[in-house]
Write a protein that binds this ligand. Sequence first.
Ligand code: ATP
Length: 237
Amino acid sequence: PSPLPLEIIGVSKRYHGSADRYAVRDLSFHVGPGRVLGLLGPNGAGKTTTMRMLMGLIRPDEGEIRIFGQPVAAGAPVLSRVGAFVEGPGFLPHLTGRANLDLYWRATGRPAQDAHVAEALEIAGLGEALDRAVRTYSQGMRQRLAIAQAMLGLPDLLILDEPTNGLDPPQIREMRTVVARYAATGRTVIVSSHLLSEVEQSCTHLVVMDKGQLIAAGPVDEIVGSGDTLFVGVTRI
Ligand code: ATP
């Protein structure tokens, strides 16, 4: 059988200077192909720490993370199949959105004319804005440009850490549409949020975290049907 897009096995992380407090503690879950997994939890639950470990930006103290069967530390072979969004990257404000993405794409050493790039831009739905200077963009548009960047080349696994942070409700809805359109290509997505309303509509599966630990995991319907007590501290809007 082909390896799973993502496996997290017994992962723990403590930050320096935080005594014995675990940011993430003994976390295990996996994500099957074509699934859209929502990583849900209140502030401080350990979502960002988890996402940064998936992206290889920080190392777990214990446990293992495999992406398409490869340990994350091995990096390079997996990277071309993974797209990641962390808090909005810096763009060059005087260049257009398209020029910024082109620059990024070429910096990753891939050919400029790629049908997958065109499709990713279509999915991101930035339209004509792509040809305007980034300095004219709203916060929501910058964020979507960052998502577009993560989607370039249509990675088999797309990792989005709180893509709706700081967005207003219409922008949140747009973001949800973008995630749904990406998922419709059959690729795997993992998206973190503290908003149940956001993940319950766009995800097939949920992992709920609190205080660094997994408190529930499964198909969305099962988790949502299991009662509100799970969602203490998680905003329902
Ligand atoms: P948020 O939605 O607020 O980003 P989160 O679920 O993403 O929350 P994390 O950011 O992963 O949670 O934080 C988990 C815990 O680790 C929190 O208690 C936080 O204070 C702590 N923490 C996060 N980053 C650091 C750091 N760089 N140094 C020390 N402690 C940290």
